[in-house]
Design a protein around this ligand. Sequence first.
Ligand SMILES: NC(=O)c1ccc[n+]([C@@H]2O[C@H](COP(=O)([O-])OP(=O)(O)OC[C@H]3O[C@@H](n4cnc5c(N)ncnc54)[C@H](OP(=O)(O)O)[C@@H]3O)[C@@H](O)[C@H]2O)c1
Length: 340
Amino acid sequence: MVKVGVIGGSGYTGGELLRILSIHPEVEIKWVTSRKYIGRRISDIHPNLRGFIDLKFTQLSLDNIDMIDVVFCCLPHTVSMNIVKKIYGKTRIIDLSADFRIRDPAVYEKYYVKHMCPELLDKAVYGLPEIYREQIRGAMLVANPGCNSTAIILSLYPLRKFLEKSFITIDIKEGSSASGRNPSLSNIHAERINTVRIYMPMEHRHLAEIRQVLGIENISMTAHAVGMARGIYATTYIFTENLPSEKDLWKIYREYYSKEYFIRIVNRKYPPYNLPDIKGVVYSNFCEIGFKVDKGNGRIIIFSAIDSLIKGAAGQAVQNMNIIFGIDEKTGLDYPGFYV
Ligand SMILES: NC(=O)c1ccc[n+]([C@@H]2O[C@H](COP(=O)([O-])OP(=O)(O)OC[C@H]3O[C@@H](n4cnc5c(N)ncnc54)[C@H](OP(=O)(O)O)[C@@H]3O)[C@@H](O)[C@H]2O)c1
């Protein structure tokens, strides 16, 4: 059994992680920390876990950290690096924040703050299994990717040869749980529902990791907050003179992802479900990718959809844990989404 500790378990990613771990046959949850809810039952805060996890939140103690096999850090960025620098080397760490995703401390500082432990940046492995599986296997520190980054990188990585000299722009639609459980004016239900609101017209932070993995700078992004609770929908426009056919794209994606269980290429004949759909992936660890070639306008259009809290966070973190400990990668994650 893999002995697990969860730091910051009272938030949304912590809750989803605990839900997945509670039915994972190879995991024993040893402790879950919170500042606000010390001594309270986990199911007081995550009511869906009643009957599944009979533990109380505890205060974080670094004393016996080496008694567990892996720690999941579900903390806000900047908070996480302060904890990780104290526990690095004592146990495996899967960090869900942005703190170890970016290799260059100057780039991290541009998008976030000054890094507190830049010496650990090149020790971290970017936790996108479909691309970095071999490196994840031996990692002491896994930087779990951002939710938008996951949807975008997975959909664009096989197309790298079309990206370098193209004009690329991404349109993101994001559900409210991506902002975390801490209330703010912009994520109150009444403010968020029945509208589509631009929340990051340009230079979204996730561009830093997207550029780093794709190895290009010529990519822009505009993000919208929409009135759903979870899910990421990314539409990417690639304007290029080197236009492939849809048949070429099928071949590229099939070849790249033929063995990837959690990637579904969706390009069917009959609408309305012929292309990726949030309803096709929500509550699951699947990523759907689809495409169209708009010959008249010289563009490839790529669509991708994920559940932000699962493939975009907790599910991917469990997938990474499975890889590290040699467990079948699908364990705890092998179920379809909920459609209605
Ligand atoms: N939400 C998503 O869809 C998503 C997707 C991908 C990645 N992420 C990343 O995952 C991390 C967690 O996100 P989340 O959505 O779960 O956030 P959240 O709902 O706000 O939860 C954050 C957790 O961190 C704890 N915490 C907050 N401030 C703290 C501090 N100063 N010291 C110690 N603990 C603190 C909170 O617990 P207490 O207040 O009880 O201590 C809570 O358990 C973030 O870095 C986020 O960017 C989120």
